[in-house]
Design a protein around this ligand. Structure first.
Ligand code: FRU
Length: 530
């Protein structure tokens, strides 16, 4: 709640002071082209999406169309802290190399532009375009500051906008909002839409405080309420839901996944993205299990949502998350810009004896980042072993298999450190069956109590013969994918100086590594030769 109060207060203060509220489409600017030394600032990720400058949070309105992945995002072009929300815009042919585009949606008389989705309306059901030139229709929340101030409780409503030029120019629908807030629910936001083949309807899911609400429409304009879905007794705030069909890997069985981001008490504190697997009959979503699972066990993958309109012959479920946490997002020590997105990820559904699980793996396009690679023969580590090669310890990928049968150490792991004694330690503990990520000593600049207060952890079975590790490090973030996405973990960190050493360690015994590939990775912002 503390976060939320802070969030609302900040919103009000920044909005009152801001000149950022513009008439619809009144001005077209990219975020801040004149910033100097762009992308070379301290802590700036080199192969993750970041805005050129200023504040960014959730990914929004993602769709693939005519060979391009579009990414919109919660954006405040006047400050590096959250403020009156716009939709920033970027596009990419591979979800890796991005081109920044002009701001897509500006606040207007109905309010700020909060999170939501977008779909390619291929059959022109909305009538905004033609079948030959289908409209892209964005669904988003209008957040009305005057209403919030007056405590009307109905200040969040759902609106739409459309684009007829693949996403550059947007026209807001004249009769917005399309879903008014008749029940006066204070937190009523983040509408995302999916096409439901069986009922031939669009289905919209939005977060309504501690549950989601589903609506149906034939045309993206007229919406009928269908049902609520929540967990009995759960009073946490839910945000940024996403609902989509997904096939079980290697079979034709189809299930539905409901992703929801949770604003408090995530496994490692604060905010995180979770999911339910179940069935959707065109009216109700029924989860197979009572409690949700975590899409990512780290502290820094929030508001993860998927791309619409991925071609059938591709068939992947692809998404991206905001690499931060509302506990400290506003005060992480970056200048000029704040926050990055995760790497693009593919979600896969697997069926186990007990239930279904969503795996997250890096989208295969991330392999195009690989520049030089070093493969190591099997080797053993006793104590500590510094990994050397042509890669930079602050920008690399390692893919490594640990032979657990031949490993005698009870715990082992990977350490990143710098000459100042700051470090970040990833530990696999066999006795406890846990993964630990310890960033408590990752900087002497203790900018946030919550950020440094405890070691992060996740349950991890270490009983198999092999542990597969894939680790990406990019200046101020790590993304760890274990056993082909069975567990993934995203954490950010801000060392005073770049980490310049990567080492492996084994405690009380040896660590047996059967395969290692280390990659130096390209930057995506053309500041180094590719
Ligand atoms: C999630 C969120 C959304 C909201 C947006 C505002 O991070 O709180 O629920 O629409 O951010 O920027």
């Amino acid at each position: 709640m503390k976060n939320l109060i802070y969030f609302s207060l900040l919103a009000f203060i920044t909005f009152s002071l801001s000149l950022g509220c513009k008439d619809e489409q009144s001005e077209k600017v990219t975020s801040n082209p004149e910033v100097s030394g762009l992308y070379q600032e301290k802590h700036r990720p080199q192969f993750h999406f970041t805005p050129e400058a200023k504040w960014m949070n959730d990914p929004n309105g993602m769709y693939y169309y005519k060979g391009k992945y579009h990414l919109f995002y919660q954006f405040y072009p006047d400050s590096t802290v959250w403020g009156p929300m716009h939709w920033g815009h970027a596009e990419s042919k591979d979800m890796i190399n991005w081109e920044h585009l002009p701001i897509a949606l500006y606040p207007d008389s109905l309010g700020l532009i909060f999170s939501g989705g977008a779909v390619v309306d291929l059959n022109n059901t909305s009538g905004f375009g033609t079948k030959e030139n289908p409209p892209i229709v964005a669904t988003f929340t209008h957040h009305n500051m005057a209403g919030e101030k007056a405590k009307t409780n109905d200040f969040q409503t759902q609106s739409i906008a459309y684009s007829l030029d693949e996403g550059t120019e947007w026209t807001k629908y004249e009769q917005n909002p399309v879903i008014p807030n008749t029940e006066k629910i204070k937190d009523f936001r983040d509408p995302k839409v999916v096409w439901h083949e069986k009922s031939q309807k669009w289905i919209l899911v939005l977060a309504a405080y501690d549950k989601v609400k589903l609506y149906a429409s034939p045309n993206l304009i007229d919406w009928n309420f269908l049902s609520d879905f929540g967990i009995e007794g759960d009073t946490r705030l839910w945000e940024c839901p996403d609902l989509f069909p997904i096939k079980v890997e290697g079979s034709d069985e189809e299930k539905w996944a409901l992703i929801v981001s949770i604003q408090k008490d995530a496994p490692n504190g604060g905010t995180a993205t979770s999911y339910f697997i179940g069935d959707f009959d065109g009216k109700e979503f029924k989860s197979d299990v009572k409690d949700q699972k975590w899409l990512d066990w780290g502290a820094d993958n929030y508001a993860f949502v998927t791309w619409n309109n991925i071609p059938e012959n591709d068939g992947r479920i692809l998404g991206i998350g905001w690499m931060s946490n509302w506990q400290y997002a506003l005060i992480v020590p970056t200048e000029k810009w704040r926050s990055a997105m995760t790497l693009p990820r593919e979600l896969q559904l697997v069926k186990t004896e007990l239930d279904y699980s969503l795996l997250s793996i890096p989208a295969q396009e991330t392999q195009s980042l690989r520049k030089d690679s070093v493969s190591l023969d099997p080797f053993k580590v006793e104590g500590k072993h510094v990994l050397e090669g042509s890669f930079s310890p602050s920008q690399f990928e390692i893919v490594m298999n640990i032979d657990l049968k031949e490993t005698t150490a009870q715990s082992f792991g990977i350490e990143l450190k710098n000459g100042l004694g700051e470090n970040l330690v990833i530990t696999f503990d066999r006795a406890e069956e846990k993964l630990y990520v310890d960033r408590t000593n990752s900087s002497t600049n203790k900018f946030s109590e919550a950020f440094f207060s405890k070691k992060h952890s996740a349950p991890l079975s270490l009983k198999d013969d092999i542990l597969k590790i894939q680790l990406f490090v990019d200046a101020s973030s790590l993304e760890l994918f274990l056993n082909d996405g069975e567990l993934n973990f995203t954490d950010i960190f801000f060392p005073t100086e770049k980490f310049d050493t990567v080492s492996l360690f084994a405690n009380d015994g040896n660590l047996n590594i059967s395969d290692t590939n280390m990659y130096s990775l390209n930057g995506i912002w053309n500041i180094e030769k590719k």
